[in-house]
Ligand binder design. Structure first.
Ligand SMILES: Cc1cc2nc3c(=O)[nH]c(=O)nc-3n(C[C@H](O)[C@H](O)[C@H](O)COP(=O)(O)OP(=O)(O)OC[C@H]3O[C@@H](n4cnc5c(N)ncnc54)[C@H](O)[C@@H]3O)c2cc1C
Length: 397
């Protein structure tokens, strides 16, 4: 994917070639901007290459994130539907299982709120759960089926979005680190703007910069003298040997929704399990705030495996082939940062999507492209505004 020299000037430099940066490059290039992507590693070498590919509405409470998820779903199923095969888009549906009476009540209540927000959520009686998931454990108290939930292969997604962006004239340079941003007075107006991206291979002049550096977004923002508090939340995934189809939907335990919204720094696990086209089963999930610690955590893996077995006892003799981990980019309020940063004119953010950045990538990018073009956005971006973290512009560069 690496192209040769950097361009001297473009309309937009996108920094970061994960799913979000790739989607931004695609929508911006398609909408007529000249775009260049710089990535310090390889394509999808950040969290987008160390995650699962769920495109979920089911795990979101009513509110701005769910609105963005529903909007993104419309993009996946609408203008991007023709490319779905490229990234293995599979509308497999989500299945959420409750094991206690309290869990069942919470699941029902969540469904009511979600339906009011436009989600299709089907209450499933305990007696009917095996119709949906024949191998799931007995003794569940209730379940819910979410036909809109889907899955993609995140690395294929990222690579193909960039390839499609290149088809619209975008350039992509891998192995190039953004090392600084110049914030200068614009000739004529005197307005101070981000005008240059300095990289390990030279500089690019531009009108706009998109910070799509995922979990590292805070470092990039600091180069323009502004604070964006995106932090890492580590998660492990276990990968089984390939099996005949055992899990039919994206299946997870009802308490998973609470764990996604929790700000607890300690290890949290709740079962999330799904099959892939290759036959392997992906088993998650864990969440813990340990910085960028890459140490393999046996306690986390043991908890994940134990809870998955409780939900699917049929996996008892299944072998785990490998495990991997990634760092979810999270903001303290669990909402992404999307849009222009008025504290550093010319700088845009698209990141901080925590455990939902694959699913939300395309909606985020389409909205960002609309906003950059000066159009009214299809969805109000105010809840995601970068300035919510601090009203103070830092004049550091
Ligand atoms: C275990 C786990 C499971 C997950 N499961 C799901 C799921 O099922 N569904 C879902 O939607 N989301 C899921 N997520 C979350 C999802 O992976 C992330 O939200 C998403 O990948 C973030 O994408 P991104 O493009 O913002 O960041 P990244 O993919 O991390 O991309 C950022 C890129 O920026 C580059 N970069 C950083 N700094 C610089 C610099 N200075 N110069 C140049 N390049 C730079 C990095 O190298 C990186 O490639 C999961 C995450 C984890 C950890």
């Amino acid at each position: 994917m690496s192209s040769g020299d950097l361009p001297a000037t473009v309309d937009v430099v996108v920094i970061g070639a994960g799913a979000v940066g790739a989607a931004c490059a695609y929508f911006l290039a398609r909408d007529g901007f000249s775009v260049h992507v710089v990535e310090r590693g390889q394509i999808a070498s950040g969290t987008s290459g160390a995650c699962e590919g769920n495109v979920l509405v089911s795990d979101k409470e009513a509110g701005p994130e769910l609105d963005l998820a529903l909007y993104s779903l419309g993009v996946w199923n609408g203008e991007l539907a023709e490319f779905g095969e490229l990234w293995e888009f599979e509308p497999k549906g989500g299945f959420v299982a409750a094991a206690t009476p309290a869990g069942a009540a919470a699941l029902r209540d969540l469904g009511v709120r979600q339906r009011a927000a436009g989600v299709e959520a089907v209450d499933v009686a305990a007696a009917d759960v095996h119709t949906y998931e024949p191998c799931i454990t007995d003794g569940l108290t209730a379940a819910a089926y979410y036909p809109q939930d889907a899955q993609v292969q995140p690395m294929l997604l990222t690579a193909h979005l960039l390839r499609l962006a290149r088809g619209h004239g975008a350039g992509v340079s891998t192995g190039v680190t953004a090392t600084g941003l110049s914030v200068d007075p614009r000739s004529g107006t005197g307005e101070r703007r981000v005008t240059v991206v300095r990289t390990s291979r030279g500089t690019i002049s531009c009108d706009q910069v998109v910070n799509a550096t995922g979990t590292w977004a805070g470092e990039l923002a600091a180069m323009a003298g502004v604070e964006v508090p995106v932090l890492p939340r580590r998660g492990f995934v276990l990968v089984t040997e390939p099996l005949p189809r055992t899990i039919h939907h994206k299946v997870y335990a009802a308490e998973y929704v609470a764990s996604t919204q929790s700000s607890d720094g300690a290890l949290q696990t709740s079962t999330v399990i799904e099959g892939t086209r290759a036959g392997t089963i992906l088993i998650g999930s864990s969440r813990e705030r340990v910085g960028f610690d890459r140490t393999v955590s046996l306690p986390a893996m043991r908890e994940i495996a134990g809870k998955a077995l409780a939900l699917f006892p049929a996996l008892a003799r299944t072998r785990i082939l490998r495990c991997y981990h990634g760092f979810r980019p999270y903001c303290p309020d669990h909402l992404p940062v999307i849009g222009h940063d008025a504290r550093a004119p010319g700088l845009w953010h698209a990141g901080g999507h925590e455990g939902a950045g694959i699913g939300l990538s395309v909606g985020t990018a389409k909205l960002l492209a609309q906003s950059m073009a000066g159009l009214r956005t299809d969805l109000d971006l105010t809840p995601f505004a970068p300035a919510r973290f601090s009203e103070v512009a830092v004049d550091a560069c």
